[in-house]
Write a protein that binds this ligand. Structure first.
Ligand code: C2E
Ligand code: CA
Ligand code: CA
Length: 636
């Protein structure tokens, strides 16, 4: 290497490019929505060191040409600083890789130790060799020579370490990203090689710029959607964190278009335009997020938009007008920030909750009650989760209520249906309409069934023990839990362990349209029939009944839903239809049970319509299981 030319061949272009590109990157990062993760902070530090290295190198060369008195101390100091910044960059590359490869334990400690050791070693040697004059030095005649090129040795060592790490851990990240990193490294070496070929040093810092650029693009790119001017769901959570930490309040609007949620459908050009217009026209500095393909969310800080409330009215009107144009199904929610929700970053869950509880094609302003209802749901969900985790069949929060059923043939109460309730500390009794859908959706239903079945078995045991005649008690089962491999084994085990006489338990299930559910129901019945369990088809007459399928399943009892009891009341013809349907089941040896019998006239009509069993408020509301004694009679 032509050492004498160290300073002469230097051109500032390399460093100027590094400085300006780094500045551009900073501006881009500040004006886009990049998720501020831990590795993003490391990345910002890398950018900083990169700029410092470029700057010091530039200043050192400028300063060199100005020295006339032969005192080069400042050059030596700057030279060492320059190397220190570049070594720091190497160190940060390694920290960064450790984070994105999610290394931990021994390998992480090893990487960190060896790179810190290298950092200290090379920097100390660099300072030492410079100090004693065998490293970089400036000769009497004013020319510089690199002497022992400690920096180049360090550079090589770090590069080898990074290469080893990349090869070792290449499977730990997205394959294409690793190819990207290899490519960038190859180009950096090519630049370094070319510059040494031409006795150059001007582009050393630039070879550090390339990997930084690559990292920004590969791992911190901005999820901006050009069509809508929107950013992604992660950017949304990030923004909420940011606003909450700075105690800023804001309003938000969520637009959900169910028709665009699935199947990667593109929003029509005109609609995109409307959405863009909405987000820019009404608010200052608002941000539009595309949460999913069908959900858009707009946030506007109150500080920039003190008139948010008034604008809501304007927006509602404007939205209605747009709706007339497109006629698309939608859900639109308008709300304002609530500290508790911001703190837990729960807006998406809140919005989802409200979507589930409001009608389609309505504009809904989120109220305090909505937020309370959301908290209530979250509380129930946490309790359900806890019940699920504990798997305690005696869990006191799960209550077995029972509704006694009138047996027309024998003229007495000898069967009942168990209905579940939850008894929760903070809110008291919760009814199935509220918690069953939650339990089903989150996979907690099966444990509830087990508890209810267990408690029902215990009730049967105690009734029989006290000398009551119990024909059987039925328990509701959700079709979702049938897909659980342990389902039948769990049911059998609980019944067997309770040591009640065979045949005292029945299972109620509602019909389902899907083939998969049909098969699951069929195989459950086949497996459990042998241990004396009877099966009730629940809610017959709601939804779509497929007679062919019902006939294929060996049910014992068909439960006619209250809606049929109500329908049969309207006129003679309706009674005739429901009655014939029931008669047909009776002819086929099914027993017919009418649900929701509320008064004398319901009762008389049901009896005329081939009823075998009657259930409803006429006889009893659901009561705690231990009060069944008031209805059942002693065995003769
Ligand atoms: P379901 O199985 O159809 O239960 C009958 C529902 O009708 C019960 O509501 C009962 O209280 C109510 N009911 C009884 N008699 C009358 C009446 O005369 N008139 C009227 N209008 N209603 C009457 P509940 O207890 O709120 O249960 C609602 C639903 O929750 C049940 O409907 C069932 O689908 C589900 N459910 C209840 N317990 C369980 C359970 O342990 N497991 C599962 N998977 N679902 C359950
Ligand atoms: Ca039922
Ligand atoms: Ca029912």
């Amino acid at each position: 290497m032509g050492e004498q030319l160290y300073f002469d061949n230097y051109m500032p272009v390399g460093d100027i490019i590094v400085l300006s590109v780094s500045l551009v990157m900073m501006i881009l990062l500040a004006t886009s929505h990049v998720t501020r993760t831990r590795n993003f902070l490391i990345f910002l530090n890398m950018l900083f060191y990169l700029m410092m290295a470029g700057l010091v190198n530039l200043l050192m060369h400028v300063r060199f040409t100005r020295i006339t008195d032969g005192n080069y101390t400042s050059i030596y100091v700057m030279g060492i600083l320059y190397h220190a910044f570049l070594f720091s960059l190497f160190l940060l590359y390694i920290v960064y890789l450790v984070v994105i490869f999610r290394l931990d334990g021994r390998i992480k400690t090893f990487c960190m130790r060896i790179s810190v050791a290298m950092y200290v070693l090379f920097l100390a040697t660099d300072i030492f060799t410079t100090a004693i004059g065998v490293g970089f030095h400036i000769n009497k005649n004013g020319t510089a020579s690199t002497g022992l090129a400690i920096f180049m040795i360090g550079y090589l060592a770090f590069v080898l370490l990074i290469a080893a790490l990349l090869i070792q851990c290449r499977k730990r990240i997205y394959r294409k990203a690793i190819l990207g990193i290899y490519g960038i490294m190859a180009i950096s070496y090519a630049v370094l090689y070319m510059q040494s070929k031409h006795d150059q040093t001007s582009f050393t810092v630039a070879t550090f710029l390339l990997p930084v650029l690559g990292i920004m693009y590969l791992f911190h790119s901005n999820p901006y959607n050009i069509e809508l001017g929107s950013v992604s769901a992660t950017a949304f959570t990030d923004t909420i964190d940011y606003l909450f930490r700075r105690k800023r309040s804001f309003g938000y609007i969520s637009l959900y278009l169910p028709g665009y949620e699935f199947g990667d459908k593109k929003l029509p050009e005109k609609l995109q335009e409307s959405i863009r217009k909405f987000s820019s026209e009404f608010f200052k500095r608002s941000i539009l997020f595309r949460i999913s393909s069908g959900q858009m969310l707009l946030i506007a800080e109150h500080r920039g938009n003190p008139d948010f409330e008034q604008k809501m009215q304007v927006i509602k009107d404007a939205f209605r007008k747009e709706y007339e144009v497109y006629g698309l199904d939608f859900r639109l929610l308008i709300g304002e920030s609530v500290d508790e929700i911001s703190e837990n970053n729960e807006y998406l869950a809140l919005i989802q909750h409200i979507h589930n509880n409001t009608e389609l094609n309505n504009i809904h302003i989120i109220t305090k009650e909505d937020v309370e209802s959301f908290h209530r749901t979250m509380y129930i969900l946490r309790e359900l989760e806890d019940i699920y985790k504990k798997q305690d069949l005696e869990d006191p929060r799960v209550l077995a209520y029972c509704q006694p059923i009138w047996n027309i043939t024998d003229g007495k109460y000898d069967t009942a249906e168990t209905l579940m309730r939850l008894q929760l500390d903070k809110i008291g009794m919760v009814f199935p309409d509220e918690f069953i859908p939650l339990a089903e959706k989150n996979g907690y239903i099966h444990v509830l069934t087990k508890i209810i079945l267990y408690k029902t078995c215990m009730a049967v045991k105690s009734l029989v023990g006290d000398g009551y005649y119990v024909r059987r008690i039925s328990v509701n089962v959700s079709v979702l839990e049938l897909h659980d491999d342990n389902f039948t084994a769990d049911i059998e085990q609980i019944i067997r362990q309770s040591e009640i006489p065979e045949g005292k338990i029945a299972i109620e299930i509602t019909e389902s349209q899907s083939d998969r559910d049909f098969l699951a129901i069929k195989s459950m019945i086949d497996e459990l029939k042998d241990c004396g369990i009877k099966f009730y088809l629940d809610d017959f007459g709601t939804g779509y009944s497929n007679m062919e399928r019902i006939m294929k399943l060996p049910f014992d009892i068909i439960k006619f839903d209250r809606s049929l009891v109500l329908a049969s009341q309207s006129d003679e013809r309706s009674e005739e239809i429901v009655g014939r349907l029931a008669g047909m089941f009776a002819d086929l040896d099914y027993s017919v049970l009418y649900e929701g019998v509320e008064d004398e006239t319901d009762e008389q009509r049901c009896i005329r319509m081939s009823a075998n069993f009657l259930q409803g408020y006429k006889y009893s509301k659901p009561i705690p299981v231990d009060r069944l004694e008031d209805f059942f009679s002693k065995a003769e």
